[in-house]
Design a protein around this ligand. Structure first.
Ligand code: ADP
Ligand code: MG
Length: 254
């Protein structure tokens, strides 16, 4: 069965897209077939996999609006076992386009249902907001993976996100789970990182992945070479961390 994971946090710049790209790559290294759905109008996940704007004829927007099937919008990336549905800026008008649709929270779920069985994992890279796009991702998903930047105030934004998850559970997707919280941009020489980690583990316990993602400049360089860090610098600390994160997910299979 395919597992659909929404990668969400309403804060921007916390490592959602970096996690989506590199977790996809690490799962693919383990022979898992991965579909990455770019649900952010900024299209950073598409760019990070080398899908240029002129290669984005059919996009997530078309899928949500029902103007294209998921299969028609899915592209093979240059990387083995990784497929992608690209996004363009027109996705930012999706909320207005669907405002009168009674099923507006269910559109992505309706498009994915029965259409993703070829994949082991479907990762949805959410926009930095708890808008209708993120709601669609949470309604369509089995679980939510939350990248949490290791900085002050990180935990405060989390309660709003958890409230949204609870709301989605109660009205649309009762089985929605928290896959885990991944601490990102972690710097073990920085007391603040250690403090955020201690707070997160005290408050959230098992929900926090054992793996922490270190701050690693190779992770921020890789997208400009249109590749995951696992290809750009396979032995970097960033690559190793995303491999361990993937192992935690794979260990939960069955
Ligand atoms: P989001 O998708 O949540 O907005 P991104 O994944 O785009 O966040 O990350 C924001 C910025 O931080 C990007 O420039 C990215 O390359 C960089 N970045 C993300 N994670 C790390 C990390 N672990 N170490 C160093 N830079 C990172
Ligand atoms: Mg992003």
């Amino acid at each position: 069965m395919s597992k659909i994971i929404a990668i969400a946090n309403q804060k921007g710049g916390v490592g959602k897209t970096t996690t989506a790209i590199n977790l996809a790559a690490a799962l693919a290294e383990n022979a898992r077939r991965v579909l990455l759905i770019d649900l952010d109008p900024q299209g950073n996940a598409s760019t990070g996999f080398g899908i240029t704007p002129d290669q984005r004829d059919t996009t997530t927007y078309d899928v949500i609006l029902g103007e294209a099937s998921l299969a028609a919008a899915t592209q093979k990336t240059a990387f083995e076992n990784i497929w992608l549905v690209p996004a363009t800026t027109d996705l930012s008008s999706a909320d207005i386009a669907v405002v009168d649709d009674e099923r507006r929270s269910f559109l992505l779920r309706d498009r994915l249902r029965g259409a993703v069985s070829a994949f082991d994992y479907v990762l949805i890279d959410c926009p930095p907001s708890l808008n209708i796009l993120t709601i669609n991702a949470m309604v369509a998903a089995h679980s939510v993976l939350v990248p949490l930047q290791s900085e002050f105030f990180a935990l405060e934004g989390l309660s709003q996100l958890m409230l949204t998850v609870r709301e989605v559970r109660s009205v649309a997707n009762a089985d929605l789970r928290i896959e885990g919280i991944a601490l990102t941009m972690y710097d073990k020489r920085n007391n603040l990182s250690l403090q955020v980690e201690a707070d997160a583990r005290d408050n959230l316990g098992e929900l926090v992945f054992r793996t922490v993602i270190p701050r690693n400049v190779r992770l921020s360089e890789a997208p400009s070479f249109a590749m995951p860090v696992l290809s750009y610098d396979p032995t970097s600390t960033g690559a190793e961390a995303y491999r361990r994160l993937a192992e935690e997910l794979i260990a939960r299979e069955n």
